[in-house]
Design a protein around this ligand. Structure first.
Ligand SMILES: C[S@@+](CC[C@H](N)C(=O)[O-])C[C@H]1O[C@@H](n2cnc3c(N)ncnc32)[C@H](O)[C@@H]1O
Length: 266
């Protein structure tokens, strides 16, 4: 509770210092869709105030993860089939560390740890990481977790061979995505593997889903953002797993291989 109040107060002071309105929380339940002009305005705000939008998003995630009732459709113990495939085919070799980017409460990390991996989960929500540690207590091969903002400019992570992102990249403010990609690239060894699973948001449960670019545009966007650092081996339409009885979210999965660092600018 103290951590939560400290975060809220830090956020509010920052907003006041910037002369910007203080956002209140929003419900963990997917909100209803809004008219197109609202979506355009939101896009403009995000573009004009990327850092502020980033802070607001972090604040919202913290609020969600502090809420014991937070149970969105994508929060499931069932591993995403692409992750299972990466493990079974050896694309994620068991003898290599794996990093889960934006791990939330750590379901994928626990599953990977059960398969014998040394798994590290990263998330910028301290409440998510605390929850991930709580839920991992008693695991025979417990994963480790760290509070890390993947959009931090000066971020330096111990590089790993295998990285995955299920639902984090698609939440990153557009202007900060190149920084996010640079950080992921820095955290991947040469020739290492990065599995990205990103929602297309073509779903009526999502605000402004009608304003979301097409699947083709999303493929191009991922190439633009990650192409300097990674070769995209393949991309495939998929669905983000959902809890039983819940509708899953259409998504794209990208299998990427880290380019040799000496040949890239990043
Ligand atoms: C949709 S959830 C997915 C959680 C988890 N990957 C899963 O599949 O269950 C997105 C997660 O990304 C985290 N996140 C968003 N932006 C982040 C950032 N810049 N740095 C670290 N974590 C971030 C959020 O806190 C949230 O836990």
């Amino acid at each position: 509770m103290t951590a939560r109040l400290a975060l809220v107060s830090a956020f509010q002071s920052r907003q006041a210092a910037l002369g910007l309105p203080v956002f209140s929380d929003h419900s963990p339940v997917a909100p209803k869709s809004q008219p197109e002009w609202v979506s355009r305005l939101r896009g403009k705000i995000q573009q004009t105030f990327p850092k502020w939008t980033h802070l607001r998003d972090q604040y919202r995630w913290e609020r969600r993860w502090l809420n014991a009732e937070f149970n969105p459709f994508w929060k499931t113990d069932q591993p995403q089939k692409e992750i299972v495939g990466a493990v079974e085919s050896g694309w994620f070799p068991t003898n290599q560390r794996v990093i889960d980017l934006g791990c939330g409460s750590g379901e994928m990390c626990r599953w990977l740890a059960d398969q014998g991996f040394a798994a590290l989960g990263l998330d910028y929500s301290a409440a998510a990481i605390a929850r991930a540690y709580r839920l991992s207590a008693g695991c025979p091969n417990p994963p480790t977790f760290e509070v890390v903002d993947l959009c931090r400019k000066d971020l330096r992570l111990e590089p790993a061979f295998s990285l995955l992102d299920r639902g984090c990249f698609h939440r990153i403010v557009k202007n900060l995505r190149p920084t996010f990609a640079r950080n992921i690239a820095q955290a991947t060894v040469d020739g290492g593997h990065f599995l990205l699973m990103t929602g297309t948001f073509q779903d009526p449960r999502v605000v402004n889903h009608r304003a979301i670019p097409s699947e083709q545009r999303l493929r191009e966007h991922v190439e633009e953002i990650f192409g300097n650092h990674f070769i995209i081996e393949r991309a495939q339409t998929t669905f983000l797993n959902a809890r039983e009885g819940q509708k899953s979210m259409p998504a794209l999965a990208f299998w990427m291989v880290r380019k040799c660092k000496v040949t890239t600018s990043g």
